[in-house]
Design a protein around this ligand. Sequence first.
Ligand code: MSP
Length: 510
Amino acid sequence: MGRFYITTPIYYANDAPHVGTAYTTVNADALARWHRLLGDDTKFLTGTDEHGQKVADAAAKNNTSPHEWTDMKSAQFKEAWDVLNISYDDFIRTTEPRHYDSVQKFLTAIYDNGFIYKDVYIGLYCVSCEDYYTMEASNEGKCPIHGRILTEMEEENWFFRLSAFEDRLLEHYAEHPGFVTPETRRNEALSFIKGGLRDISITRSSISWGVPVPWDQNHVFYVWYDALINYLTAIGYGRDDGEVATWWPYSHHLIGKEIIRFHCVWWPAMCMAAGLDPVSHVQVHGWLLLGGQKLSKTMAAEGSVRLTDIAPIELTNEFGVDPIRYYLLRETALGNDGDFSHEGITQRYNTDLANNLGNLVARVTTVVDSKCSGVGPAPRPDSSLRAEAEEAVRATSDAWRRFAPQSALEATWNLIGATNAYLESCAPWKMDAGPEVDAVMGDALEAIRLVAILTSPAMPAVCDEIWRRIGLVGSPRDVPLERSAPWGQYPGGVGVVKGEPLFPRIKVES
Ligand code: MSP
């Protein structure tokens, strides 16, 4: 069995969780769940990024202290992730003592290695990005992303000698072709490096909301500089070398495309400077965008809506938790931008969930109820569905391994389609009770057993329910895939439950 350590970005505690942050978190969760299904020793980290001016400003605007504010915001994130059934193993807050400890030790290592020096910095700063821009990179003095006027800052700061790492970074990319995926994002990161690297200012004396610089009491670390280190804090950097060696560098960061420069240029250089190998893999995903489609009534009533205004909890109330998880995983290939819309969710729900999966389970349990006295028969070793099932297991596994949840679900849905087609061609509902119906139903139940296993990382609660309905005990996650995937393990002779529709169809107003 392998090891799998996956992280999400830590989310700024200035804002509430929204569909965009839920997108990353659900993808990371499904990947973690897949690896647990394989039997891998898995660790899944998420959390909140609580320092920086943006958070301090949000607290001040709400007449509260940064500490009270971040307590409230991190609780909101945890609540949203609990609703979405996110199985994180650790939730890190950058205000925790363990993080201060790791950040100070990690940066002291870089300092001791001679890559940090003091200088005066003059630059244009965007608080929303928590980042500097040169005049050329700005939009006539405004932030190219947020459109707000950039603030001119002049500070005596500590600098990280990023420029010293240009060649080593290029070598690293050449030696590790899979370091950043997909390829387009890798090329983007490479072009940042090839464009020339300037040293970066990594401390602030103008604010006190941050991790103190151990060798200079007047400074705190710049928020991005402390934030990136969270991935090491959570595995005990500076406190537990054994734990660090267990998880690092064989780890995976899942990030949105706007933070490539931090994760694929700064972060590997910081690790090199501290004497550590960079993380082995950064998987970049695109953005969910809100198209021009019609929105739900409550949202439309509130006037114009941005994606970041949509709370995951509102969506799960409307569609259910697993359908939202499914939509986020299935609609867009990880790496591409995707369109988010209520019409899109309804369409996926009615087609993939109600018509395909829900209908398959309903048909099979109904026929078993009426023609097999409610007792599920065993499958045949030579079923014509067997080859389809084996291919689905292979293709689904391959896609999850490649960080491609969309293709993985597509491959699993091929088995659902093949099983529905098989039932239509045999039409067991027209047959008299007897060995022929039993044979067909045994095969279909075995296909459903496999579908429940393969879909469990995406829709854990629904798959538990399917498992129960076909008369199995425990959950599809109980046995490692290698043992549960071979055809023919549906036991037969167990009671099958005909229940309410798993996915009642959503009426579409015309
Ligand atoms: N705090 C930094 C990350 C530090 S990691 C060491 C940060 N936080 S954030 O709250 O702005 O979250 C950014 C992440 O949220 C993106 O990288 C992405 O994973 C996710 N998304 C935010 N909006 C999104 C979309 N519209 N679509 C998809 N993902 C989005 O940056």
